[in-house]
Design a protein around this ligand. Structure first.
Ligand code: ZN
Length: 338
């Protein structure tokens, strides 16, 4: 389950977290409580398991990495080691009972030797009672117990909890890294350029690349611009062909609009010669052609309309009409330009 099984790998994704944790081990000055704060998809949980492996590994290498093969390492990566306890919300909230169970578990003599680690995933979901109970546990530190709280927002945690832990920020994964990962998955060059603009979550990026429907939307966007300005073809008809089939919810519509906005921005960047900002680089020839035949004011006006529609997407009830309208406007705008 753990795609990050070495600090060296973590270094590529979260250099700061890797540095802080590793130096804690090397200098033997490890904090007993950590808060990993960062957006979803930044490998907080994977890092917590790596941390546990490094603590419990019976065969730590000269490079200070957990071996990944000893019984402890293997059981941690399978989530079956009795010394590693994961608490996560089983409903909207993490309730007091869940934290109590954790404390009862840790009050028992451990079945196995070595440090024990508890991880609270989405710690911001702890309700007041749960937070207070956890705080009590943290106030009585024990040499062999480590806490790792994962959260998207440390401001949502009790200040007294935060003050007892070392806060480590997890940053959104760099686009280049997501792109690299996608290319390894045999994703097209275009998709590998575009998807990291939509999400900074590697797992989500791979999921998008594997979705036939979402990739059909990417094809649709490029096709629409290919058709733009051609008198014998209809953008509306091409749009309906795909949209009727795959644009079935707000998420898919949002994906479509985001790609349209990216392409529209690319048109502007092409026109302004900001080549390094272009996302649809494999479609450079098309961008060049359209930027020569469309007025800058039209490109900007359409871009504004798309952005406005995107911000209203969640509240707009008549999606079909809104999309038809914007495609029709785009079709007209592109023809005026020719
Ligand atoms: Zn090991």
């Amino acid at each position: 389950m753990n795609e990050i099984n070495r600090f060296k790998t973590l270094q590529a994704y979260q250099p700061q977290a890797a540095r802080i944790l590793q130096s804690g081990f090397i200098n033997n000055r490890l904090s007993h409580a950590f808060i990993f704060e960062g957006p979803k998809g930044t490998h907080k949980l994977a890092t917590a398991y790596l941390f546990a492996q490094r603590l419990l590994c019976t065969n730590v290498g000269k490079d200070d990495e957990p071996c990944g093969n000893c019984s402890n390492c293997v059981r941690i990566s399978h989530g079956t080691h009795p010394n590693v306890f994961l608490v996560k919300a089983d409903s909207e909230q993490i309730k007091k009972e869940q934290i109590k169970n954790l404390i009862i578990e840790f009050a028992r003599l451990s079945v196995e030797n070595g440090p024990r680690i508890y991880i609270v995933d989405e710690a911001e979901r702890m309700n007041q009672d749960a937070s207070n109970t956890l705080l009590k546990q943290m106030e009585e530190p024990s040499a062999d117990i480590y806490a790792v709280l994962l959260t998207t927002n440390s401001n949502a945690l009790l200040k007294t909890i935060v003050s007892r832990a070392q806060l480590i920020h997890f940053k959104p994964i760099a686009r280049a890294l997501i792109r690299e990962n996608l290319l390894k998955e045999d994703v097209s060059e275009l998709a590998a350029r575009v998807i990291p603009e939509y999400t900074n979550n590697i797992e989500e990026a791979v999921k998008i690349a594997r979705s036939k429907d979402l990739m059909a939307i990417l094809d649709l966007v490029v096709d629409l611009y290919r058709i733009a300005g051609k008198k014998n073809q209809s953008m509306i008809l091409r749009f309906k062909e795909t949209s009727d089939r795959v644009m079935v919810n707000v998420a898919t519509m949002d994906f479509f609009l985001t790609l349209m906005i990216l392409f529209q921005k690319d048109l502007l960047y092409t026109l302004l010669q900001h080549h390094d900002q272009i996302v649809f680089t494999p479609e450079k020839a098309l961008l060049e052609k359209l930027s020569k035949t469309t007025l800058q004011s039209t490109i900007q006006e359409m871009l504004e309309k798309m952005l406005a529609l995107k911000s209203r997407l969640r509240y707009n009830l008549n999606y079909a009409l809104a999309f038809d309208l914007i495609i029709a406007q785009l079709e007209r705008g592109m023809q005026h330009g020719t």
